[in-house]
Structure formats: C-alpha cells, structure tokens
Design a protein around this ligand. Structure first.
Ligand code: SAM
Length: 230
C-alpha cells in the first residue's frame, strides 16, 4: 500500500539521521579523549587555562551579582575540574561533566587532593549533545565548552542546556571573542541578561579574548511568541 511505502521511507530516513547523529557525537568524544590522552599540556593552544586554580572571576562575580552561594550547579565541559572544585568550595552542590573520561578521572583525583566531599561534587562522563543527565539545576556554567562546538552541534546543545536548567535558573557562558554569531541561536531559548568583553583568565598570564554572557531561560510561552526579543 502507498501509505506503508511512505511510512517505510520515513522510518528509513529517521534511522539514517539517528545513525548520523550518533556518529557525530561519537566523533566529539573521540576528538577530546584523544587530546586528553596525548597532549600533556592542554593549555598549549591558549584556548583555555585548566591550570587556573581559583574560580574564574567572571563566573564568581556573576554569582555574586545574584547573591548565589548555594544550590545545584552543573558545569559543562569541566575538563580537569579546577572550576568545579571552586564552585564546590563556594557552597554549591556541583555536577561537573566532560565528554572525556580521561579528563573526568584527572578531575576526580584533583578533587580528592583538595579533600572535597563527594556529596558536594560529582564528576560524570557525559556528552552535552546527547546528555543522559535527568536532574535540573539552578545554575549551568560553561567555560570554553560551547567555544569548541561546531555549528551543527548548536541545536542539541541549546535544547539540552535549556532542559537541564530550572525555569528561574541562570546560565553563565564564556565563549570565544568573535562568537556572537554562534550565540545567536541560543536566543530562541534564552534571554541575554548581561554580556561583556573579557578574556580567559590564567594563573599568571591573560589568556585569549572572550565574551561572557549571563542568560536566563525563556519560558514556553515566550519561546512560542517572539522568542528573540529583549
Ligand atoms: C576548552 S576546554 C575547557 C575546559 C574547562 N572548562 C576549563 O575552563 O578549563 C573544553 C572542554 O569541553 C569538553 N567538551 C567538548 N565537547 C563536549 C561535549 N559535547 N560535551 C561535554 N564536554 C565537552 C572538552 O573535553 C574540554 O574538556
């Protein structure tokens, strides 16, 4: 029957798209796992500063602006965990994820050295593009993970971050300078509350230029009726 053929064709196309998506997310995992296994100093490219052992001031000052010192905080692309440790020390209940299992193992041992109680800091190997997290968070923080995304990854990233953030939550994002175009797609699901030019803070030296965004989730009605307004 004609309708069976149409249904068959549609399900084949869906299956192909699903496989393609799985392959793409697997490629992201392999790319970062390979880097963490083979590059001794990930600071080499100057893209970020994992050696920074205090909280990046753009993030700590933003939390201060809203008087936030506790609650559930998710850090996406936490790398070797130095920022996640800082959030736990501030008083947040932290879930820190990274797509690289090697990065997460290093992060766990960094947290153990600082004697951070496991109850206040959980490290999870997770790909934000196909996240398995089910909880929702008061704060989502991303320092340099968004910056590494390809344009085809943005839709999944935005949808998943929105789902993981509480309706009254705060999304703190540090992107690379010049990524305004990449941030635009976020605006259907998030409202930019504040943004400023900054840089990736390092231990001794100033890292590369960056953009910082404080975003609030748009509620469902707002998304449906003019979700790109102020
Ligand atoms: C530039 S590094 C930033 C690391 C850390 N946030 C920092 O400030 O030092 C980007 C991190 O994002 C992670 N990452 C990249 N794509 C990811 C994804 N799809 N899901 C989760 N983590 C990802 C990488 O493994 C890497 O650790």
């Amino acid at each position: 029957m004609q309708s069976d053929k149409v249904a068959d064709k549609a399900s084949r196309e869906i299956a192909l798209k699903t496989d393609e998506k799985k392959l793409k997310t697997l490629a992201v995992t392999l790319r970062w796992e390979n880097r963490y296994r083979n590059e001794e100093h990930l600071t080499g490219e100057g893209a970020f500063c994992p050696e920074l052992d205090t909280l990046d001031p753009d993030f700590s000052e933003s939390l201060g602006l809203y008087g936030l010192e506790s609650g559930k905080l998710l850090e996406i692309g936490a790398g070797v965990g130095m920022q996640a440790i800082g959030y736990a020390q501030l008083g947040f209940e932290v879930t820190a994820t990274d797509v690289s299992a090697t990065a997460i193992n290093t992060a766990r041992s960094n947290a153990a050295k600082q004697e951070i109680p496991a109850a206040s800091l959980a490290f999870v190997t997770d790909n934000i593009l196909s996240t398995t997290l089910r909880d929702t968070f008061d704060v989502v923080a991303d320092r340099g993970c968004f910056a590494t995304l390809k344009s085809w990854e943005l839709e999944d990233y935005c949808r998943n971050v929105r789902r993981l953030l509480k309706d009254n939550g705060l999304f703190l994002l540090k992107a690379n300078a010049g990524q305004y175009g990449m941030v635009k797609p976020l605006e259907s699901l998030f409202r930019v509350e504040k943004s400023w030019d900054t840089f990736y803070h390092g231990q001794q030296t100033q890292g590369p230029p960056a953009l910082f965004f404080i975003l609030r989730p748009r509620l469902l009605l707002e998304q449906q009726f003019g979700g790109t307004g102020p």
